[in-house]
Design a protein around this ligand. Structure first.
Ligand code: UDP
Ligand code: MG
Length: 320
């Protein structure tokens, strides 16, 4: 029975020592009360604090708690990948450790998947007032852009709190590209889906583990994984820059030919800076794609598992 639990709950954790005890306190009775077999698969994403110790201690008297530790901090998405590869359940729920996603909703996910013929149940935030204005605005921009790029309806405000069936897990694991962004890849696969609305709470303890650079990384990965549109944007910007500099040249010539004094270096500086900016932007965009090609050509694993409480510690998944 332990080999194939019906439900795997995957929780990526990075330096969550503060929230961990509260998380378990709420999760344990809840999962026990669902009336199905489960494993709580915590992926410790190379935490530097006491997270690992606390996890191993908790696992001693909670057989369904399974601890997988990555050798180094590999990021939220990579930790989810590790969870997807190792989860054994027929249903896999992913949830953040900080209790912003109320675990009680898992029961609603299960109900939805049982009642409707779907493979994905998204948790959709019906209220983001617990997030800061900056976070809400950047999130809105992000989802709007992503809908455009992926070319499908990405459920707005559905992050990584969701249930998927084994079919979806296998499909995701079979994808050849690394650095996947789950909240985009799953809608993109196109399995039939349902939504469950919930109110997102405040982080129960500790601070956000998503710093600005991690958020920026997520945004860049999201765009470059799904769309070559920015490359075309680079072309358009290049054309625009060319046209603008053409106008500058014509303007300068007209001024010179009409014998009026040339307004000095202002126009030159302007032209140089406009073109320079556009060139740098285009180079940056190219760089993002080249970096992506470079990384995938290296075929390096996204994460390495250092420990799995089920045993099988050193075993690494085949790359693809
Ligand atoms: N997380 C992770 N690796 C990281 C950053 C975050 O596994 O490098 C986990 C974190 O422990 C949490 C989840 O990802 O369970 C979401 O992070 P957080 O709540 O800090 O993000 P926010 O809600 O502020 O966007
Ligand atoms: Mg959070």
């Amino acid at each position: 029975m332990r080999d194939h639990p019906e439900l795997s709950v995957v929780v990526p954790m990075y330096d969550e020592e503060e929230v961990l005890p509260i998380f378990f306190e709420r999760m344990h009775p809840l999962l026990d009360g669902l009336g199905i077999t489960y494993e709580l698969l915590v992926v410790d994403d190379g935490s530097r604090d006491k997270t690992a110790e606390l996890l191993l201690a908790a696992a001693e008297d909670w057989p369904q708690l399974r601890v997988v530790r990555l050798l180094r901090n590999s990021g939220h998405q990579a930790a989810q990948s590790a969870g997807f590869r190792r989860a054994r359940g027929q249903y896999v729920v992913t949830i953040d450790a900080d209790l912003q996603d109320p675990p009680e909703v898992i029961a609603e996910f299960l109900q939805a998947v049982n009642e409707q013929d779907v493979d994905v149940v998204y948790g959709v935030r019906s209220d983001r007032s617990s997030d800061s204005w900056a976070k809400r605005t950047s999130a809105r921009l992000y989802y709007r852009l992503m809908c455009r790029l992926v070319g499908k309806d990405i459920p707005f405000d559905a992050a990584d709190f969701r249930l998927v069936t084994r079919r979806v897990v296998d499909a995701v694991n079979a994808l050849p590209d690394d650095g996947r962004v789950f909240r985009l890849v799953i809608p993109w696969l196109g399995f039939p889906s349902a939504e469950v609305r919930y109110v997102r709470a405040e982080r129960a303890a500790g601070t956000t583990k998503y710093n600005f650079s991690k958020m920026l990384r997520l945004a860049f990965d999201s765009v470059t994984a799904f769309s070559a549109a920015p490359l075309r944007l680079a072309t358009w910007l290049g054309l625009l820059g060319g046209a603008m500099s053409g106008l500058f040249v014509v303007g300068a010539l007209v001024i010179k030919l009409t014998g009026r004094s040339i307004p000095g270096w202002t126009s030159t500086v302007l032209a140089v800076s406009v073109i320079g900016a556009i060139q740098l932007l285009c180079l940056g965009l190219l760089g993002e794609y080249v970096a992506r090609l470079f990384q995938s050509s290296q075929r390096r694993p996204q994460f390495l598992v250092g420990y799995d409480s089920l045993g099988d510690h050193g075993h690494q998944e085949p790359l693809h």
